[in-house]
Design a protein around this ligand. Structure first.
Ligand code: ADP
Ligand code: ADP
Length: 226
């Protein structure tokens, strides 16, 4: 675990779109910070720059005190969950979650211990022998999160992870995510366009508009605009 610092970051796309302007956000160690704002304000671009999926045009991004600007995604100790995620349909839930550990050649006993621990936290420990198609949408989303986080990355990024779920499930999962984050204490940057989601989940909320950071405060201090 470590803090994530976005300092004076700019993004200008090849076509000249200035998507992120002088963005500075620090996510404290163990904090869940929600980045919220209307469609097109630059949230996803910001997240993708932290993940290393998009080059930054200026500024610095650090994890702890290490500047990561020039690291490839695979060299960053960061996990990411998107709104569309794919589980391996032919693998059991256990094997889906264990997959990143296998890739990282984590020894079997340790792998087993980690998969069991994370499965308990996300409430999937009863379902490890099933296949993805035997689970509900919300359960599958939790598998995707468990798989992303099982390697215990320094930071966890989520981009609208609940947007494909129905309203009822979204509310349930919201509570689940807050719990998961508290339990694991992993530094998390969470992107959504949903103000209610932002206010419910965030230790602090960063509001973006047209590429700029408009506000950064605990939810109770966020000034809402129509
Ligand atoms: P959000 O996640 O808040 O909806 P995005 O980060 O996706 O916003 O987009 C911010 C701005 O950058 C938008 O104007 C969008 O059209 C533009 N944009 C996103 N990706 C690209 C790209 N690959 N090339 C050019 N412009 C882009
Ligand atoms: P490998 O392919 O390296 O043999 P497996 O994925 O078959 O590894 O199993 C590794 C370990 O994971 C097993 O020893 C077992 O403890 C555990 N395991 C595998 N599948 C399940 C499951 N469905 N439920 C609970 N534990 C499982």
């Amino acid at each position: 675990m470590a803090s994530v610092t976005i300092a004076d970051v700019e993004k200008v796309y090849a076509d000249g779109t200035h998507a992120v302007k002088d963005l500075s956000i620090d996510v404290a160690d163990g904090e869940l910070l929600v980045l919220v704002g209307p469609s097109g304000c630059g949230k996803t671009t910001a997240l993708r720059m932290v993940a290393g999926l998009e080059e930054i045009s200026g500024g610095t991004i650090s994890i702890g005190d290490q500047v990561i600007n020039h690291l490839d995604p695979g060299e960053r100790d960061i996990a990411m969950v998107f709104q569309s995620y794919a589980l391996y349909p032919h693998m059991s839930i256990y094997d889906n979650i264990a997959f990143p550990l296998k890739l990282a050649k984590v020894p079997k006993a340790e792998r087993d211990e980690k998969v069991r621990r994370i499965s308990k936290v996300v409430g999937l420990d009863e379902h490890l022998g099933r296949k993805p198609r035997q689970l509900s949408g919300g359960q599958r989303q939790r598998v995707a999160m468990a798989r992303a986080i099982v390697r215990e990355p320094q930071a966890f990024l989520m981009d609208e992870p609940l947007s494909n779920l129905d309203a009822k499930l979204r509310v349930q999962m919201r509570a689940g995510i807050a719990e998961l984050q508290r339990e694991l204490g992993v530094t998390t940057l969470y992107v959504t366009h949903d103000q209610v989601e932002a206010m419910t989940l965030g230790d602090r909320v960063a509001v973006m508009r047209k590429g700029y950071l408009q506000q950064l405060a605990p939810p109770e201090e966020i000034y809402r605009r129509p």
